[in-house]
Design a binder for this molecule. Structure first.
Ligand code: ADP
Length: 485
């Protein structure tokens, strides 16, 4: 008999309220990175599947845009309840295809539910405005309207939550969506479709297509009916989508790569800094765009910090999280492990001191040892490239100005963290960091109430918060004359 969570595991696309195979009939195999065993197949959709999804979403938009806000709020509330009712099974699905620890997977589903509830609450506040008119005989008002069909393309590291941040605001304001989850973790995306079907989201409002990402991305970019592209993933692919979307001048939201610095000043509480730093570094085995990529530690506490970081890293366990409770899961695929390994080799060659880890772990899955590299320097590749793995390079600095300058010396600007007990410094450094999110004495800070998004090449737009709703709205200025005044 199939395990209970298998009922949420759909191996077909969801288009116009129907579960369908790819038009071309092909499939993609999905593998559990902890075991390298096949866990199923999903449709290998292409041009026609992508177009069919837009057809369905465009049809559904005509009526969904005019649905009352209460209807949409109730759909989102029901989705929130469905996510929480199925939390354990959805988490299991997530662990099976992505590998993260069960507690983190349950946390991700709860996070998806929290975003869904947030947008249920915000839906009622998509206010327009009236503005004092310069003309005595005319009135100025501004109304908000849904932008239209939106296309959402999401990555494998948070396969449920990244869709929540996109599907929930779309439903809140009356947009319809075509979604493409990562081919590496498609089941959590298809499970979103199943939940939408269960709670009665009208056919065509949410469509989920798996398959050839480049083909699907091109079709959605070129289609005039898709009025917004919302993407979470690499800066490389984000730039392709920005270029492709230019042709039809779409509204764009981009959550791209990060290169998060974590600054620890001499005046910090070192144990709290380790706790925050460990959470910021090793969550999801280092595979989040807000994970610490670089620790900068002031010289007075450098050695003590490295020792404690090494001890905490060595205490982490790793393994198949479907079978046991571990702190770490696998990396997503061999390419990811190769990149991590190359960055560590490069650091080693340039004088990095590998204090712990530094190698692949034995066994079948794609596991890399939690690794601490002391004596890290700015000429190492790891100072500039997102590691996306359990590797913690530790750089030494002397002054606040030097720390800020090194932290900002990157093309990215998503998350930054620092630890200090000095009030003045907390304000100075927070204001000086060129990042969209700053955690002071905290290592995990994203929440639906606060805007999430990057500076520089980390992206465009914000997700979550009241600003996240705006990304799905057009504002229309209406000037009313002929008032008989
Ligand atoms: P990551 O490195 O996090 O996997 P990617 O940017 O490669 O990030 O992938 C994020 C999402 O973008 C995935 O759903 C992937 O399938 C999709 N993707 C990859 N290449 C393209 C492309 N050329 N056009 C559209 N989507 C793409």
């Amino acid at each position: 008999m199939a395990a209970d969570f298998e009922r949420l595991k759909h191996q077909k696309n969801f288009i116009g309220g129907q579960w369908v195979d790819a038009v071309g009939g092909g499939t993609i195999e999905v593998v559990n990175p902890a075991t390298l065993h096949s866990i199923g197949h999903v449709p290998d959709g292409g041009n026609q599947d992508a177009k069919n999804a837009v057809d369905a979403a465009a049809d559904a938009f005509d009526s969904f845009r005019h649905s009352g806000v209460t209807h949409r709020v109730n759909l989102l509330r029901d989705l929130h309840a469905a996510l929480m009712d199925n939390q354990a099974d959805l988490a299991r699905l997530l662990v099976e295809e992505q590998g993260k620890p069960m507690a983190e997977a349950k946390g991700e589903i709860a996070n998806s539910a929290a975003y869904t509830l947030w947008f249920a609450e915000e839906a009622r506040r998509a206010y327009g405005e009236t503005i004092p008119s310069p003309w005595p005989d005319r009135r100025i008002s501004v109304i908000t309207q849904p932008v239209g069909v939106i296309a959402a393309i999401t990555p494998w590291n948070f396969p449920s939550a990244m869709l929540a941040r996109k599907i929930a605001p779309a439903i809140a304001v009356g947009c319809t969506a075509v979604c493409k989850p990562s081919e590496l973790t498609p089941f959590s995306g298809l499970a979103w479709a199943a939940l939408c079907e269960d709670v009665g989201v009208p056919a065509g409002v949410v469509n989920v297509v798996t398959g050839d990402s480049s083909a699907i991305g091109k079709v959605w970019s070129a289609d005039e009916r898709v009025r917004k592209m919302t993407f979470t993933g690499s800066t490389r692919v984000g730039k392709i989508l920005l270029q492709q979307g230019a042709e039809t001048v779409k509204k764009m939201s981009m959550e791209l790569g990060g290169n998060a610095p974590f600054l620890v000043f001499d005046d910090a509480d070192i144990d709290k800094a380790i706790e925050a730093g460990m959470a910021a570094k090793y969550r999801n085995a280092g595979q989040t765009c807000v994970c610490t990529n670089r620790f900068y530690v002031q010289s007075g506490i450098y050695d003590a910090f490295v020792d404690k970081l090494v001890a905490a890293s060595e205490a982490l366990t790793a393994g198949n999280n479907l079978e046991g409770t571990h702190d770490q899961g696998p990396l997503i695929n061999e390419g990811a492990l190769e990149k991590v390994s190359d960055l560590v080799q490069d650091a080693r060659k340039k004088g990095g001191d590998i204090k712990t880890g530094g190698a692949r772990m034995d066994g079948d899955g794609i596991f890399y040892q939690p690794t601490v590299v002391a004596n890290a320097t700015q000429d190492m590749r790891i100072a500039r490239e997102e590691v996306f793995g359990p590797v913690a390079p530790v750089f030494k600095f002397e002054t606040e100005a030097e720390a800020i300058s090194m932290a900002n010396d990157t093309d990215f600007g998503l998350a930054a963290y620092f630890c200090t007990s000095d009030l003045g410094r907390s304000v100075r450094v927070a204001e000086a960091l060129d990042y969209g999110l700053v955690g002071i004495n905290e290592g995990v800070i994203a929440t639906p109430e606060a805007p999430f998004g990057g500076f520089k090449q980390s992206g465009l737009g914000r997700e979550g918060s009241r600003h996240g709703l705006d990304e799905y709205l057009e504002r229309k200025y209406i000037c009313t004359g002929g008032l008989g005044l």
